[in-house]
Design a protein around this ligand. Structure first.
Ligand code: NI
Length: 226
């Protein structure tokens, strides 16, 4: 399931992050790529563990923690500390697939990458190109979102970033290990969650709301790993 998550950051929050990132020193993005993806990658990145990446990453994580749509769709168990990248001057990232397991720098911890996330920080009118192309079951989707909005997609998807031919595109990107590993099961839970919320809002006293909430939690009990 691919999902657009709006308003992860408030506009002024995204703007402040972008201003700080524009002043930062960037390095070649190939430092975090695996062997196969390094050949396709042409961008810059803030080094993992860079103080600014840590500070802004913590801000992104705090925002996600308050975002019901993200929590319901991802059912996160662990989130990789957010990284930041920049594309400009024709830079792109060819078709690739993200590594299944990632070490969290400076720790012995690893996460299984069930979901990939890209949080857009540069307003789309400030650059040309730079669409994130994601291959899903409905074909290829082109994603380019307002600043502060995020796309969440299965980390199993093939994806690429089209060349940025004008301006620069700065995003945060990271991975999520979900309590529910299977994308199909996670989609069922999300649909049920959305339906229960609608029912609770429109018919708050309907007895089925409680019963369906029980079904939701019982499915989580069956499927969650932690
Ligand atoms: Ni990728």
């Amino acid at each position: 399931m691919m999902l657009h998550i709006p308003d992860v950051l408030r506009p002024e929050q995204a703007e402040a992050m972008l201003a700080a990132l524009l002043r930062a020193e960037w390095v070649d993005g190939r430092v975090t790529a695996g062997y196969q993806s390094a050949r396709a990658k042409d961008n810059q990145q803030l080094p993992e563990g860079h103080p600014l990446a840590r500070e802004l990453g913590a801000e992104v994580l705090a925002a996600l923690d308050r975002h019901p749509l993200f929590l319901g769709a991802a059912l996160p168990l662990r989130v990789f500390p957010p990284l930041f990248n920049r594309y400009e001057g024709g830079g792109s990232f060819g078709v690739h697939v993200d590594n299944a397991v990632r070490h969290i720098g400076g720790t012995a911890d690893r996460i299984r990458t069930d979901l990939s996330a890209t949080l857009f920080l540069t307003p789309p009118e400030h650059y040309e190109g730079g669409e994130l192309l994601i291959e899903d079951t409905y074909g290829t989707q082109a994603v380019k979102l307002p600043a502060g909005h995020m796309v969440l997609y299965p980390a199993t998807s093939l994806h690429q970033v089209r060349p940025v031919t004008r301006g620069s595109r700065i995003c945060s990107f990271f991975w999520i290990q979900s309590m529910v590993r299977d994308d199909g099961q996670r989609s069922v839970l999300f649909d049920l969650d959305v339906a229960i919320q609608r029912l609770s809002a429109e018919a708050p006293d309907h007895p089925s709301a409680v019963q369906l909430t029980g079904v939701y939690h019982n499915l989580i009990r069956m499927w969650a790993e932690m």
